[in-house]
Structure formats: structure tokens, C-alpha cells
Design a protein around this ligand. Structure first.
Ligand code: MG
Length: 268
């Protein structure tokens, strides 16, 4: 089994990066692993911590329509260069936690994606240099309010609600280039999305290089590499799983965002 790099919170509120062991114990590191964190001399018992998203990005940069069959299902051509958008860090949630369904939307879609975790400051990198800046790989769900994406003409609101970026459960250092990505809803064993990550239009190295010519990527930043065909809606009460061979699976469930009536802001 590949080494799994986690971030956990203990009962007293302490947050640790760490190594997940086969027996579910976690060996904390004294710093994030991409900042040369070294193993400490104690372990955390399985019932003493909660898994967090595996990093705390300064920004999440996402790529739209990076699989040809998904661009086609959206009725659009494949972009000639990567189509970027941002998700705020406040969208990020851990595996096994709730996606909140906002009251402003009537269609919340899953988008299973491979996520890249940046390990080193990255500015104006070539694709060859960019490859060395990708520290590891994890799983993301680029949750999207599809109706608002169409209505607004740009994607800030549709992609930016709190909880709209499930991430994790851990990071691995290597991934098979032809690893399969699949998304499952509830108890259905047939995936709603299934593709190999080498079907991407723009590869991970090219994406990181391209982004680094626009904005500085910092250690712990996350790049979402796009979703394959098969996107679809989730309902309140649904469970969603995104699985990638060689990493594991990211599991979340959908709840109503609390007190929609009390919190609704009337726009004159
Ligand atoms: Mg996406």
C-alpha cells in the first residue's frame, strides 16, 4: 500500500499532518510533509482523531472541460487552452462530512476529479519543472450549482458555496497515469462517472505550468484537473463516492443548508 499522508484533529483541537498506518493509527509529522516534516515519536490511536482534508490550500484552482466527453455533454467544444476558475478555501471539507445544499439553487451536481497537491512555490514553471512541484495526489468532488453556473455567466457563485470542495481522504505521492476515476451515488454499484485520468485534454504537468504563468502556486495549494462525462444532480439525503485507483475513495453526504428561511437575504 502506498504511504498515505493525512491531516487530523485530535480531541483537544490540535491539528497534525501525519502518516496513516495500516492499523489506522496516525504517526504525526512535525511539519507538513512537503515542508520536510519528519515523523515524531508517538502515535495517535484510531479513536483519538478526526480526519480533516489532507491540506489547507491558500487557493483551489480548478480546470473546466478537461475531458472531451464532458465538454461534449455540456454542449461545448474542448477549450483551446485550459479554462481556469477558483474555488475559495472555505469550500474545502473532509471525507465523511456533509455537503450543504444551498437554498439559492435547484440543481447541485457532483464532479469527481483528480486533485494535485503542490509541494513547492511554483512561478513561471515549464511543464518539466512543474512535474517536480506536484507533491502528491488526492481526490476531489468539484460540487457545482449547475443552474447558477448557467444563470450567472461566470462561476464564482456556482462553484464557491461553503462545502463545495470535498477533498481527501489522504494524499499519495505517485499515481498510475492510466488510473481509473469513478463516481458512485448511494448504493448503486454502477458508476455514474468512469474514465481513465490519461483521458485528460491537458495533462497535470501542463496545467500546473500554465497556472504558474498566471499566479504563484504555494505549498499546499490544490489543482482540480477536471471531470469526465456523467455529471449529474445530487439530492438532499444522497451519498456520493469518488474513487480513484491507487488512492482510495472520498465519501460525502448531502444535507440541507441550515435555516434557509431565517438566513435568506432579500435582494430588493
Ligand atoms: Mg469540475
Amino acid at each position: 500500500m502506498a504511504q498515505r499522508y493525512v491531516r487530523v484533529q485530535t480531541g483537544d483541537g490540535q491539528i497534525h499532518y501525519g502518516l496513516l498506518q495500516v492499523d489506522r493509527q496516525v504517526r504525526p509529522l512535525d511539519a507538513p510533509p512537503w515542508l520536510e516534516g519528519q515523523p515524531t515519536d508517538f502515535d495517535l490511536a484510531p479513536d483519538s482523531y478526526q480526519i480533516l482534508a489532507p491540506c489547507y490550500p491558500s487557493k483551489v484552482i480548478a480546470v473546466g472541460k478537461n475531458y472531451a466527453n464532458h465538454a461534449a455533454e455540456m454542449g461545448t467544444p474542448v477549450p483551446k487552452e485550459p479554462l481556469l476558475f477558483l474555488k475559495p478555501p472555505t469550500t474545502v471539507i473532509a471525507s465523511e462530512t456533509a455537503i450543504q445544499y444551498p437554498f439559492q439553487t435547484g440543481q447541485v451536481d457532483y464532479e469527481g476529479e483528480l486533485a494535485l497537491v503542490i509541494g513547492d512555490r511554483c512561478v513561471n514553471c515549464t511543464p518539466e519543472e512543474a512535474r517536480t512541484k506536484i507533491w502528491g495526489y488526492t481526490i476531489a468532488n468539484d460540487v457545482t450549482a449547475r443552474d447558477l453556473q448557467k444563470k450567472d455567466g461566470q462561476w464564482t457563485r456556482a462553484k464557491g458555496f461553503d462545502t463545495f470542495c470535498p477533498l481527501g481522504p489522504w494524499i499519495v505521492r505517485e499515481i498510475n497515469p492510466s488510473a481509473r476515476l469513478q463516481t458512485f451515488l448511494n448504493d448503486d454499484s454502477n458508476p455514474v462517472q468512469s474514465a481513465q485520468i490519461d483521458e485528460m485534454v491537458f495533462s497535470s504537468d501542463v496545467l500546473v505550468s500554465y497556472i504558474s504563468q498566471i499566479m504563484t502556486l504555494l505549498p499546499g495549494d490544490v489543482v482540480l484537473t477536471g471531470t469526465p462525462e456523467g455529471v449529474g444532480a445530487m439530492q438532499i439525503g444522497d451519498r456520493v463516492r469518488v474513487a480513484i485507483e491507487g488512492i482510495g475513495h472520498l465519501d460525502n453526504f448531502v444535507v440541507a443548508r441550515e435555516s434557509p428561511v431565517a438566513k435568506k437575504v432579500e435582494i430588493p
